[in-house]
Design a protein around this ligand. Sequence first.
Ligand code: FE2
Length: 418
Amino acid sequence: MKKFINAKIYKNNEATEILVEDGKIKEIGNNLADCKEVIDLGGKMVTPPYVDPHLHLDYVYTLAELGKTGAGSGTLFEAIEMWPVFKKTLTVESVKKLALKGVMDEVSQGVQHIRTHIDVTDPKFTGLKAMLEMKEELKDIVDIQIVSFPQQGMYTYKGGRELVEEALKMGADVVGGIPHYEPAREYGEMSVKATVELAMKYDKLIDVHCDETDDPQARFIELLNALVYLEGYGAKTSASHTCSFGSADDSYAYRMIDLFKKSKINFISNPTENAYLQGRHDTYPKRRGLTRVKEFMEHGINVAFAQDSINDPWYPMGNGNMMNILDNGIHLAQIMSPQDIEKDLDLITYNGARCLNIQDKYGLEVGKDANFIVLNGDSPFDVIRNRANVLASVRKGEFLFKQKPVEYDVKLDLGVKY
Ligand code: FE2
């Protein structure tokens, strides 16, 4: 048994101590039972681990491998065209080597849950084979969910739909889709229908790259939401990106928001990625590429933030730092009121867990795995304003890592005191 003391626990103003036995939380409170091992957290903020609910681990660092620093036009569609050329050169070993760097980036900054989309428009399933191995090999440090994702389309790529199904049989956890990339609206609709059918056939979750465009007429979210609503499958479904919903007119948007509430569908927004990729055909005003995050939060619709890309043809930056994603997201979505700040951390923790359907196992509660991170600050406002780094990550009661706050060899002296 061990006890973590002197903690500021997120969403719990009373307790300061966490008692851990056999890797699980035995008690949360104050003045808990004496233990041989007592770890003082120094009054720092403790939250459940970060969740990155949308990442492409088979793409990380491939931009550098391509010898490029960015796509010429910076558009989504140019990046999709760049990818197949590189894809031909991949091996299971080469995918694992780069993906491990991406996992390290994330885990070393407090992430313990990743949902990764893996391109299965590849008859050899190179990326999928690599990721299935890594999921097992890394399970002690990170939980990985795999999306069977047809990057080049279920129909644009001949046999794409069948490859998505085969990947589910091989062990992928989630069905993906990319309807806005299919060559006509009807094919996009067919792909949305196929996604839901496959999920129900194999009892899998759903996560669709949906309407990742500024075109307000891209409305595949409407069909996706309707299908999962009618099947009672909304809570198991996430719609990623939905950028066009940020360009939709208000009367349509509010009709849809009502339907999203009814279906309980989840949304995943990638603020840095889409701020970079979208608005490319605008002169001014230039759109931000963001879905209606603020309105979703106001209406109780689950929405999370994600990294999406780390140095790939879609986005040259990215380093797995979820606090950076949150910082960008709260600016773009304008969610910084005192009330917003109190729940903004949910966007990279609890809300992501709901997208992954792991809420029953996730969080700081008695009986759950003792998984949490320690942030360098003492309140949500403090850690968000300072973009606090993660001082420690604890998994099943053991440190994955810990570090000291910055210490100076020579400290700045202004030479005056007031
Ligand atoms: Fe993505």
